[in-house]
Design a protein around this ligand. Structure first.
Ligand code: SF4
Length: 226
């Protein structure tokens, strides 16, 4: 009789870790063909430590709205670094101050964000409400660092957009208290979703980076963010 596996590490954790790593390696190879630098970190802790090394002392650092950056502990580390952090999450910050910080972010030295999805062939898929996050990704900051959980790797751009509409956006709408169709049902209803509640305004597909290694994707072998 065949052995029945009862060790949860062997039947759940280990296969997941292997698949995560293989997916990440495949994506990294394809990101590099697009002039986008990329590394794999098994854990958030490793990722935070690697990202820290990529940020020069004294630099101005801006944040694209990112649950991953908060969840991973990256934000707390940034707050303790010798940098000028444009901290949009500072306690007590007013909406006018956030608006000003978002504007300043476009001219920052380093822009730190996540990506809504990364495709198997190395494209970045992002949708934004205000547009500051995709603006910083496209042009302005000299260095852009993306902290991306392996849960955001998808086969195609279409899968990336579907992931935004039916996973990321509903969660963000609940978090932000936005009264959108997906906040009520968990699924997108584009035709019945309008400003100002709507969080989906601009879709950006990054197919390559003109400036070599301006963008670095740090893939993390854990479920991270939305
Ligand atoms: S378009 Fe509206 S309903 Fe659809 S995912 Fe975006 S916010 Fe939700």
């Amino acid at each position: 009789m065949a052995n029945v596996m009862t060790d949860t590490h062997e039947i759940i954790t280990k296969p997941k870790e292997i698949v995560f790593q293989r997916k990440a390696e495949h994506v990294i190879e394809n990101l590099k063909k697009r002039n986008i630098s990329a590394i794999y970190c098994r854990t958030c802790k490793e990722a935070v430590s690697e990202i820290r090394k990529l940020i020069p002392d004294g630099s101005t650092v801006a944040l694209g709205g990112s649950v991953s950056v908060i969840q991973s502990g990256m934000l707390d580390v940034l707050r303790g670094m010798n940098i000028n952090l444009l901290d949009r999450y500072r306690l007590g910050i007013t909406s006018e101050e956030v608006e000003e910080i978002l504007r300043q972010g476009i001219g920052a030295d380093v822009f730190l964000m996540s990506s809504n999805a990364v495709t198997a062939d190395g494209k970045l898929v992002n949708e934004d409400g205000r547009g500051n996050r995709v603006a910083g990704l496209i042009f302005g900051p000299k260095k852009v660092i993306l902290m991306v959980g392996v849960n955001k790797i998808v086969p195609t751009v279409e899968d990336g957009v579907a992931r935004i509409k039916n996973i990321a956006a509903p969660l963000n709408c609940i978090r932000l208290g936005a009264d959108t169709p997906c906040a009520h049902t968990g699924f997108c209803d584009d035709a019945n979703c309008h400003a100002p509640a709507r969080v989906c305004s601009q879709i950006v597909i990054t197919e390559s980076s003109r400036a070599k290694d301006r963008i670095t994707v740090v893939l993390v072998g854990e479920e991270l963010g939305y």
